[in-house]
Design a protein around this ligand. Structure first.
Ligand code: UP5
Ligand code: MG
Length: 294
């Protein structure tokens, strides 16, 4: 629409000088005519009409020509903005209003799994142990991560976070779809700061962290005892020592990170299983009341 207007505008503007000359002739003739009676030549009506028509057309297309570029600029601006705008940051899959996530942390053998079982029984949480999910994936026929997970676990090292975060997110989606439950105990995770950042930015911000505090000598005794029957690749003295070291150097800073945010609930994990659970319930009393989404 815009290109034809310009062509018409140009041709209209060109028409004006060509028809302007007769106008002056007509005026002179008219002046002479008024001075000496009726004009001898007939009035040149057609050229006058042509001039008026050309002028109107020119004016119309001039107005159109001024109007047309604006929509074109407006249409162009968003495209430019899209190109220079930073890419949108990923929003968490779940909002904390929709889903409650409690991280359950503590050293190897502190009793995380044991206490999570109690909370599932009494409060209807979904328990997702990162270690259990990794072992499941390790044993899944055809898993491309099987060997990698096995090596990391035996060495007490932390499996690359992409694998663990994906396993957790999938498990959460499945639990919501299959059971309609929205309260999660995420056990043994995050064990490293990058995992904490990744999970909270991509999957769901945590509500708080439950930390089971237990000295190494107590945990060692428990793990060696369990190792008599567990069949776990990492329940042997070499692996246990490596796990302790990883916990102190890499995982404890995660507890400190959440503590600085005022989001850690401490539990003394040295008592009997029942005694520890009594302390858990006491510590969580007020929190549990406000978490009934499911
Ligand atoms: N027991 C429990 N409570 C007791 C009590 N109060 N008194 C006396 N005995 C008690 O308990 C351990 C043993 O102690 C049991 O025999 C129990 O009966 C007894 P449990 O409840 O199993 O303790 P838990 O803290 O769960 O110990 P676990 O061995 O599971 O801890 P880890 O954190 O080491 O193991 P996890 O399975 O979480 O991880 C294993 C490995 O997976 C990691 O080392 C790492 O390599 C890998 N991993 C990742 O790479 N990334 C992750 O995000 C998570 C794991
Ligand atoms: Mg465990």
């Amino acid at each position: 629409m815009f290109a034809p207007s310009r062509v018409l505008l140009r041709s209209s503007l060109r028409a004006i000088p060509r028809t302007a000359a007769p106008r002056r002739v007509v005026s002179a003739a008219a002046a002479r005519g008024f001075a000496s009676g009726p004009p001898k030549t007939s009035m040149p009506v057609l050229p006058i009409l042509a001039i008026l028509a050309a002028g109107s057309t020119a004016f119309y297309y001039l107005v159109q020509a001024r109007k047309d570029p604006l929509p074109a600029i407006e249409a162009h601006q968003p495209a430019q903005q899209q190109q220079i705008a930073p890419p949108p940051t990923k929003k968490p899959t779940f909002s904390p209003q929709q889903v409650s996530v409690i991280f359950v942390l503590g050293g190897p053998g502190a009793g995380k799994g044991t206490q999570c079982a109690n909370l599932v029984r009494d409060y209807g949480f979904v328990h997702l142990s990162a270690g259990d999910l990794l072992r499941e994936e390790q044993n899944r026929a055809g898993s491309e991560f099987g060997e990698l997970i096995k090596t990391y676990i035996r060495e007490g090292k932390i499996v690359p976070m992409e694998v663990t975060v994906a396993l957790l997110e999938n498990a959460m989606k499945s639990a919501i779809a299959a059971q309609g439950k929205y309260k999660f105990l995420i056990d043994g995770f995050p064990r490293k700061l990058d995992q904490a950042y990744k999970f909270e930015s991509d999957v769901c911000p945590s509500t708080f962290t439950l930390f089971f505090d237990c000295p190494e000598e107590v945990m060692l005794k428990r793990l060696l005892k369990r190792g008599e029957t567990s069949g776990r690749d990492d329940d042997n003295i070499e692996s246990i020592k490596k796990r302790f070291r990883t916990f102190t150097e890499t995982s404890y800073p995660v507890v400190e990170y959440f503590r600085a945010q005022g989001k850690v609930i401490d539990v003394d994990a040295t008592n009997t299983p029942e005694g520890v659970y009594a302390h858990v319930k006491k510590q969580l009393k007020d929190k549990l009341k406000t978490m009934d989404k499911a």
